[in-house]
Design a protein around this ligand. Structure first.
Ligand code: 13P
Length: 248
């Protein structure tokens, strides 16, 4: 099975009602670029509105709880996301691993909950700057993969997003060679654990992706798409990334 390119917008804590029109414009323009899967993960508050405004479009959450329901004030469960019309969810973003103290075990439990709710999963990993500087980035990321990727899932239901923490929102981007080396190492580790199914799993790159650098990043070995933050907020910035993916 050839891996289709996958371009996903992570809106983080951005977007009021007026942003629904931006999502509509993004999905409409993305539809002109065949062969690429496009998704937007808005704040929880906008999921229902985006699903209503863009029927059939892929809309996702940015996190979920590992429990299906219960006394967890402020949290959102995976079945709730599915009920709202979401078809995917991001888990293990570094802003949650670092800011909310989420461990690999927590991320794995969230991924398992999401899969049980029939959501596709984008599971994030990535090293801090000092680890990159010390030469330990690949070992660090492979340990995150070992600890946070569940054992049992269909290969097309779980994607990995490699997001070096120091590249997120900074304008700094690893070299294409470093991205390819990391993605190759991730693919290798997945192959050891999951055999041939690893060839069907998508590995996205995230961290300061924009319309200018998307083509060369998306063309790197074992890069199957992009997880985009800041440049996903408007059609003017996001659609060129989708177009770059479609052109490959
Ligand atoms: P930026 O594209 O803003 O660097 O964010 C990347 C990211 O964290 C996506 O999840």
């Amino acid at each position: 099975m050839a891996r289709r390119k996958y371009v996903v917008g992570n809106w983080k804590m951005n977007g009021l009602s007026a942003a629904v029109a931006d999502a509509q414009a993004i999905f409409a323009a993305a539809a002109d670029h065949g062969g690429v899967d496009v998704a937007i993960c808005p704040p929880f508050t906008l999921i229902g509105a985006l699903v209503a405004a863009a029927p059939g479009a892929a809309v996702g959450g940015q996190d979920c709880h590992s429990a299906a329901s219960g006394a967890f004030t402020g949290s959102v469960a995976a079945p709730m996301l599915a009920d709202a019309g979401a078809t995917l969810v991001i888990v293990g973003h570094s802003e949650r691993r670092e800011g909310c103290g989420e461990s690999d075990a927590d991320v794995r439990a969230k991924a398992e909950a999401a899969l049980a709710a029939r959501l596709a999963v984008i599971l994030c990993v990535g090293e801090p700057h000092e680890v990159r500087e010390s030469g330990g980035a690949i070992d660090y990321v492979l340990a995150q993969i070992a600890g946070s990727v569940p054992d049992d899932f269909a290969a097309d239901r779980l994607a990995i997003a490699y997001e070096p923490i120091w590249a997120i929102g900074t304008g700094l981007v690893p070299t294409v060679a470093d991205v390819a080396a990391m993605h190759g190492a991730i693919r290798g580790a997945l192959a050891v654990r999951f055999g041939g199914a690893a060839q069907d799993m998508r590995i996205l790159y995230g961290g300061s992706v924009n319309g200018d650098n998307a083509a060369e990043l998306l063309d790197a070995g074992d890069v199957d798409g992009a997880l985009v933050g800041g440049a996903s907020l408007t059609a003017a910035k996001f659609v060129p990334i989708v177009a770059a993916a479609a052109a490959l």
